[in-house]
Ligand binder design. Structure first.
Ligand code: ZN
Length: 214
């Protein structure tokens, strides 16, 4: 089985962007306290509270080693602005092979498993990116992270979330509108409420912003 072609099959789904209205009215926008206001992300990220809880539970499951997984959901074009946005609704913990103290990769076995889960359990969802932890290291993309992201998640609508579980911090790395990927500049996200409009985001490096994006 050719793993690369399987992954490409996954990303090709991205061409089928649906038009929808971005759910700004049901979300709280979280921004990094320290940020570059000139950096414009290629897509707006909506993260469901359900997925956020799954991510945090997995991130806290091992405070000695890096852990991580995949992010899945749907990609859309905003009906009004024509701009792309993604809704991450599923976080799938993955098994990693440790490459060293500060780097890891997805095992081939876990990637095969991922695509089986996506095909069988979530056939209507796309692979939108990945997440991993940096225990006691901070929120940034290492050179290895960048390599992994650019090779496995090359689309502008695919994102990489880094979580620092000790200090309760996190941020999304993603391509900017000009196609660049800054390994020191992370972005926030829109917390998508389920029923009640009550936030559960506790990452201390992010601050709530007014939701006047549309
Ligand atoms: Zn990393």
């Amino acid at each position: 089985m050719n793993l690369t072609s399987r992954i490409r099959i996954g990303t090709d789904n991205g061409l089928k962007f649906r038009h929808n209205r971005a759910p700004f009215h049901r979300a709280q926008y979280w921004l990094p306290q320290v940020r570059d206001d000139h950096a414009i992300p290629a897509v707006q990220i909506f993260l469901t509270q359900h997925a956020f809880i799954r991510i945090c539970a997995h991130a806290g499951s091992d405070l000695q080693n890096e852990v991580g997984g995949w992010l899945a959901g749907k990609a859309y074009l905003d009906k009004e602005t024509g701009k792309p946005f993604i809704v991450i609704s599923v976080a799938l913990p993955a098994e990693f092979t440790v490459q060293g103290s500060a780097s890891l990769t997805f095992t081939q076995e876990s990637q095969v498993k991922l695509h089986a889960i996506l095909n069988e359990d979530y056939p209507d969802l796309m692979l939108l990116g990945w997440f991993h932890t940096h225990p006691r290291m901070g929120v940034f993309f290492s050179e290895w992270d960048r390599w992994l992201h650019e090779n496995f998640f090359p689309e502008p609508w695919q994102v990489g979330l880094v979580i620092e579980p000790y200090s309760a911090a996190g941020g999304f790395f993603q391509k900017q509108e000009d196609g660049s990927l800054n390994t020191r500049c992370y972005f926030g996200f829109h917390e998508l409420f389920q029923r009640r409009r009550r936030s559960i985001v506790h990452w201390r490096n992010l601050i709530p912003a007014e939701n006047e994006m549309n």
